[in-house]
Design a protein around this ligand. Structure first.
Ligand code: AMP
Ligand code: MG
Length: 339
């Protein structure tokens, strides 16, 4: 199969629509990361997404809809605080998990009785979703466990020959996946951190919890995706805190002496404390927004330019940085977390 990359235009949107209505999958841009889109009502299309990504079949998908979509078609209960969150933050990088009507394909939620729904802000994604007027499931368009894609070229790297079309909507401005927030209970509960923070949600509706998976035997995990190894560049990795930069420096020295190609990933001012000779600098930048937007592109660059990426955790760890740190830590663990 030939994989084409086409700039988003009314014509390429019509072409994508045809493929999606025929049960195919298409790479689509959003403001967070690129997604691998398929018709949420079509069992075959949903199964194809799992297959082509190599995604574990207990890791549910997010359904994407346009801003005027009638949610009562797919969700069973809509608490007033969820409506307030939509009004405040959507379209945008926030996914809400509702009780499901069970109308979408059962493969979408992998047996859970809930459905995760997002209204993306990206103009091209909105135009496609409007044209379709059906929910499109779109997990990040990377091979399972690989780094999430923030450009059409990243999607091409992972799916050349496996999907017919990638809609090119430019570089993603957000850079990390949406915040996932459960709205099935009394108060909203964050399942995955992202650009919309717990503090922003609590400020808006009075309270917001944060889910930490309980790995006790027999416990059903609320959001299976949070457990998997993710976002990993295809090179060796090591992660240090800023307090451990001395340790990082000696490791760099050791590895360079052995002839290993080393790259260092860190925020700008921390990076400048390292010796530039012999190593590649991967500069996360200075602001929170910059660090979120650059992270995945730099992880993909790391696997191209080095054998060993040594990363230093950003100094700030709250708010948006909680999401960045969550991705960076998962990218740098060496084995799947047992569950
Ligand atoms: P991805 O689309 O690759 O960013 O992954 C989707 C994320 O949403 C994963 O972390 C899933 O666990 C989470 N998710 C999707 N559907 C549900 C659901 N019904 N309940 C809880 N989490 C969900
Ligand atoms: Mg993903």
């Amino acid at each position: 199969m030939k994989t084409e990359i086409k700039k988003i235009t009314p014509e390429s949107i019509r072409e994508a629509k045809k493929i999606l209505l025929d049960g195919g999958v298409v790479g689509i841009p959003t403001e967070t990361v690129y997604g691998l889109g398929g018709n949420a009502f079509d069992d075959g299309a949903v199964k194809k997404i799992f297959e082509v990504k190599g995604r574990p079949n207990d890791n549910p998908l997010i359904a994407h809809v346009h801003a005027e979509y009638d949610l009562s078609r797919i969700i069973d209960y809509d608490p007033p605080y969820a409506a307030a969150l939509r009004k405040a933050f959507l379209p945008g990088p926030l996914t809400l998990v509702y009780p499901s009507t069970g109308k979408v394909s059962p493969y979408v939620s992998c047996g859970l009785n809930t459905l995760a729904v997002r209204i993306p802000a990206h103009e091209g994604a909105q135009a496609l979703l409007k044209e379709m007027d059906i929910p499109i499931v779109a997990p990040s368009a990377n091979l399972s466990k690989h780094v999430s894609p923030t450009s059409a070229e990243h999607v091409y790297e992972d799916f050349e020959g496996k999907i017919p079309l990638i809609l090119d909507g430019g570089e993603c401005v957000g850079g990390i996946e949406s915040t996932v927030c459960d709205v099935t209970g009394e108060i909203p509960v964050i399942l995955r951190p992202g650009l919309i923070t717990r503090e922003m949600i609590a400020d808006m509706v009075g309270a917001c919890g944060e889910y930490t998976p309980d790995l006790k035997k027999g416990e059903k995990v609320k959001s299976p995706g949070v457990l998997y190894k993710h976002y990993s560049p295809r090179c060796r990795t090591a992660l240090f805190t800023v307090e451990e930069t001395d340790k990082a420096s000696s490791l760099i020295e050791q590895e360079c002496a052995r002839g290993t190609k080393v790259a260092v990933l860190a925020e700008k001012d921390v990076l400048q404390t390292f010796e530039k000779e012999n190593v590649v600098f991967l500069d996360l930048g200075e602001t929170e927004k910059e660090m979120a937007a650059r992270l995945y592109g730099l992880l993909r660059e790391a696997e191209k330019v080095c054998d060993f990426m040594i990363a230093i955790e950003p100094k700030k760890t709250d708010g948006v940085m909680k999401g960045v740190l969550n991705r960076l830590r998962k990218a740098c663990v060496s084995v799947d977390i047992e569950h």
